[in-house]
Design a protein around this ligand. Structure first.
Ligand code: UD1
Length: 340
């Protein structure tokens, strides 16, 4: 029988791509999502790709009664991948209570349920935001954690500490913390992708919407940084590559007891790309121009950060493989598919 995995936030952007790869790897998936920032139609996209529909439970993980009901109705869940969280940095500054309640409440409830329902492991979606502005690049997992600059970033740091404390206390669970750099792109089938509500805050959805004529022009936030072309540098990682790392992490926790009960990995390509280079990559991959202007710096932005992914490469046997032009072509195909 296939092993059952719970994906919280599974109708969201990274959750849906990970669900596809879990199913393709032979796992059964149960999604719990409150649909606060996603659409139930995403299940159709997942089914179109995999030929199978994941089990779906509409509900909010911050409500313990709801979560218990989900576990009771779906017995035998062996692992959890926790994507259910609020993720807009700017919004978190204005609504800190919402962010602490959603992100920490969900995690605490899941950790409390795990021993009760016999769940062995949890993969946690963390972020390179825990490193703040790095002293050196590329950055590895031993680099210092810097004070968070937003409630969103703080929830990631606190979540990592909560998991560490729970494991140290002797709870019969394991965890892998995955620190994502900048996930972008869409599934090559264009059946699932990123669906930002309203005006996109992140760079790639803004690029694709501008290219599609939905937005007049893109503003590049600053060209006076201490970087070769003056724009910020990030480590843009293809969402399908990122999804694959979750499947490997889950398998590692469930199939072997030889590893530490808590492990942490950076998920990035190891290559820094500037905002202007990314716009160029989009234009050369698609042949579509992106009108843009240079604007002032965005408050709270980090100048440059990219990953040293050696630990994930060597220990997990995972590498980000997708060329940036393929990633941008997929993002564009997904944007175009939304017209229909
Ligand atoms: C932020 C968070 C990260 C989070 C991610 C996803 C921080 C420091 N970073 O990443 O933790 O996981 O969002 O929600 O908290 N840009 C423009 N024009 C635009 C939009 C963006 O020039 O219209 C630039 C930004 O200034 C930045 C780069 O593009 O230099 C990437 O921005 P974005 O996609 O928002 O991601 P991050 O801020 O890196």
């Amino acid at each position: 029988m296939n092993e059952n995995i719970l994906v919280t936030g599974g109708t969201g952007y990274i959750g849906s791509h990970t669900t596809v790869q879990l199913m393709e790897a032979g796992y059964d998936v149960v999604i719990i999502d409150n649909l606060s920032n996603s659409n139930v139609n995403v299940l159709d996209g997942i089914e179109a790709i995999t030929g199978k529909r994941p089990a779906f439970f509409e509900g909010d993980c911050t409500d313990m009664k709801t979560l218990r009901r989900m576990f009771e109705q779906n017995p035998g869940i062996k692992g959890i991948i926790n994507f259910a969280a609020s993720k807009a940095v700017g919004e978190s500054v204005h609504k800190p209570i919402l962010y602490y309640r959603n992100n920490l409440g969900t995690l605490l409830n899941l950790l409390e349920c795990m021993p009760e329902f016999g769940v062995k492991g949890i993969v946690f979606s963390s972020s390179c935001t825990v490193y703040g502005e790095p002293d050196n690049n590329p950055i590895d997992e031993t680099a210092p954690i810097k004070p968070a600059t937003s409630p969103y970033g703080n929830t990631k740091q606190i979540s990592e500490e909560i998991i560490r404390d729970v494991i140290t206390s002797g709870a019969p669970i394991k965890s892998i913390l995955l620190r994502y750099f900048n996930p972008i792109g869409a599934h090559p089938s264009a059946k699932i992708g990123e669906l930002p509500l309203g005006v996109p805050q992140n760079l790639v959805p803004y690029i694709t919407q501008t290219a599609a004529g939905i937005r007049k022009e893109l503003t590049v936030f600053g060209d006076d940084y201490n970087t070769p072309d003056g724009s910020c540098i990030r480590d843009f990682i293809d969402v399908n590559d990122l999804a694959k790392a979750h499947v490997i992490a889950m398998k590692r926790m469930l199939d072997s007891d030889d590893h530490d009960k808590l492990e942490v990995f950076n998920l990035g390509t190891g290559c820094g790309l500037s905002v202007l280079q990314l716009i160029n990559a989009f234009e050369s991959a698609t042949g579509v121009k992106v009108p843009y202007k240079i604007g002032p710096r965005r408050e709270g932005d980090i100048e440059k950060i990219w990953a040293d992914p050696k630990k994930a490469n060597e220990v997990l046997g995972w590498t980000a493989e997708t060329p940036i032009t393929d990633t941008m072509a997929n993002a564009w195909r997904w944007q175009e598919s939304l017209k229909n």
